[in-house]
Write a protein that binds this ligand. Structure first.
Ligand SMILES: *[C@@H]1O[C@H](CO)[C@@H](O)[C@H](O)[C@H]1NC(C)=O
Ligand SMILES: *[C@@H]1O[C@H](CO)[C@@H](O)[C@H](O)[C@H]1NC(C)=O
Length: 257
């Protein structure tokens, strides 16, 4: 308890609450039972090495189900990569299952390496936690434009661009809703695979207003079929125009879906 203000997901009233009593009951219940936050979990398709950009401040689970496995973290620390054996307070190793990172910080960008009990690599995640507080939000329907490609001012020929994820599900059916997609900052050098910006930079300190993650919002209208009503996510998001901040207002809400 006492940690509710820290949660990135806050409880919302039940869908059909009409009486204050119900609302009160819901509030009591939601404080009595810790709500499981939704966190994104992804596995590595090739089981060896995965590079991913994600958002800071949103919980993530990195699986490694080898029994007796050990984790090593190589985090970006100041100007170099450091080897951190003791985990930070927001990193929880769940034995034989994986590692849960709650509210990851941009400075926790780095390599998360899981070894089996014989010291062989099971999986290595290279995660770029892009600073959610710099999220550039645009509404497609209002004609707002996402960030443009820019060349990187490092003397090289790198291009900073946004790599977009697919559009997520519409947050409503049978009426006007909204859908969103996330985009991450990537840097591409000629003839090379693009890399997430801060994994590319390593310890180098480069500041550019172009280097930030993005979110695009668009209107959507989907019919309520038996199928869609099954998976239309029970979450909602709200954008504050002044601060540009985003709030997800349901227990199982997540910026990732
Ligand atoms: C571990 O995960 C892999 C891939 O998800 C799966 O194929 C394997 O059966 C799992 N092993 C155990 C012990 O759960
Ligand atoms: C921006 O750069 C990316 C990566 O090189 C490229 O795929 C994309 O087409 C570019 N966008 C524009 C508008 O030039």
């Amino acid at each position: 308890m006492g940690d509710f203000t820290m949660a990135s997901v806050v409880p919302c009233p039940p869908p059909q609450s009409q009486s204050t009593m119900l609302t009160t009951l819901w509030l009591l219940l939601s404080f009595a039972v810790p709500l499981p936050g939704f966190y994104v979990s992804f596995s590595c398709p090739n089981e060896k090495q995965c590079q991913r950009a994600l958002l800071s401040d949103n919980d993530v689970f990195l699986p490694c189900n080898s029994s007796g496995s050990q984790w090593y973290f190589f985090l970006q620390d100041g100007t170099s990569w450091s080897h951190t054996l003791s985990s930070a307070s927001n990193i929880e190793i769940i034995p034989d299952s994986g590692v849960l990172i709650q509210s990851p910080l941009p400075s926790q960008t780095g390599f998360y390496h899981c070894q089996d009990k014989d010291g062989l690599q099971v999986v290595q995640y290279e995660i770029d936690f892009q600073d959610v507080s710099t999220l550039h939000i645009t509404h497609k329907g209002l004609g707002q434009k996402p960030l443009r490609n820019e060349s990187l001012s490092l003397g090289g020929k790198g291009i900073v661009f946004t790599r977009w994820e697919p559009w997520q599900d519409c947050n409503r059916c049978g009426g006007l809703g909204e859908r969103k997609r996330l985009g991450y900052c990537y840097i591409e050098e000629p003839l090379q695979e693009p890399m997430p910006c801060w994994l590319y930079l390593g310890g180098r300190k480069v500041w550019s207003s172009r280097m930030r993650p993005e979110m695009q919002v668009d209107a959507c209208h989907v019919p309520c079929t038996a199928l869609t009503s099954d998976y239309v996510p029970f979450d909602n998001f709200e954008i504050t125009e002044e601060s540009g901040s985003v709030w997800l207002t349901c227990p199982l809400g997540s910026v990732y879906r």
